[in-house]
Design a protein around this ligand. Structure first.
Ligand SMILES: C[S@@+](CC[C@H](N)C(=O)[O-])C[C@H]1O[C@@H](n2cnc3c(N)ncnc32)[C@H](O)[C@@H]1O
Length: 271
């Protein structure tokens, strides 16, 4: 806890990131990733390998690759991206200190952009419910890049505003609708890019003992507010939390899909 508090103070971050809780959330991910290193390894490795293979296959060599949701880069092989592209742009609401250090040492080949990719935080912090498209300069960067990677961020995008909306009296139905708007906005943006790669968890389930002690597996629960993606080019199960990590006796699994986006998106169950 003390380490996390010091990290919160030491990390340069916008008031949006601090007040929305996303800075604290990102710091928590670092510590969780360390505790769950063995469990997360197959997921992190699969994500890294998929991104690297897709970027390496782009011809001619990409001048610019943009990574949305770069965070701690646990799931991105930064060196491989630098091997296969001239310039790498990392976008997140906060860039951790170690990523800032890597960018500083990369001689201008890594650029960091701090942005709210959900477009919801400023309004939610002010008690509103507006959702804006990403800022125009960032949108233009995304549209002109040779490749855009959305890395394990899609299901997270509504989370920053979720508690703020709850506190301002939003009903669960309204929050679901707002969350769906955020998800749709992100997917609409990605499909406009020249090459877009989407890696996201899309459903979650729990596994643990019932009253008799037998192990039961729950049904998959949607994480994308009604946006069923078609089958990914690659799919895998991410055991995101052991029973010990969750503290309630249940292990949590997520199904992750990795796809190149063109016309591969499903349509929402309800608009
Ligand atoms: C689950 S992590 C993705 C994993 C990340 N690539 C890593 O290895 O740490 C989600 C990332 O999305 C970022 N994020 C969440 N909501 C965001 C938002 N509204 N705008 C920008 N970044 C956001 C978080 O800061 C975090 O770094």
């Amino acid at each position: 806890m003390i380490a996390e508090a010091l990290e919160w103070l030491a990390t340069p971050a916008s008031s949006l990131a601090r007040q929305s809780g996303l800075l604290a959330g990102q710091i928590a991910i670092r510590h969780r990733a360390a505790r769950c290193r063995r469990l997360w390894q197959p997921h992190l490795q699969a994500t890294r390998a998929y991104i690297t293979a897709q970027v390496a296959a782009i011809s001619p060599r990409p001048q610019q690759v943009i990574v949305l949701g770069s965070g701690h880069l646990n799931d991105v092989d930064l060196q491989a991206l630098l091997d296969h592209a001239d310039h790498v742009v990392l976008v997140d609401i906060v860039h951790p200190l170690e990523v800032r250090w890597k960018a500083f040492r990369a001689g201008g080949r890594i650029e960091l952009i701090e942005a709210d990719i959900s477009g919801s935080l400023a309004s939610a912090l002010a008690g509103g419910r507006a959702i804006h498209p990403v800022d125009e300069p960032l949108k233009q960067r995304i549209l002109s890049a040779d490749c855009v990677v959305s890395v394990n961020i899609l299901s997270q995008l509504p989370i920053g505003a979720h508690d703020l909306w709850t506190r301002s009296g939003c009903s669960e139905t309204e929050i679901d609708q707002l969350s769906r708007t955020i998800i749709k906005g992100h997917l609409d943006l990605l499909v406009q890019a020249r090459h877009a790669i989407l890696i996201t968890d899309q459903v979650a389930r729990l596994r643990g003992p019932d009253e008799s002690g037998a192990t039961i597996t729950g049904s998959w629960q949607d994480l994308l507010f009604g946006f069923p993606l078609v089958q990914g080019e690659e799919e895998w199960i991410w055991t995101i939390a052991s029973a010990t990590e969750r503290g309630d006796g249940y292990e949590e699994e997520r199904k992750v899909v990795a796809i190149r986006l063109a016309t591969r998106l499903g349509t929402p169950k309800s608009a």
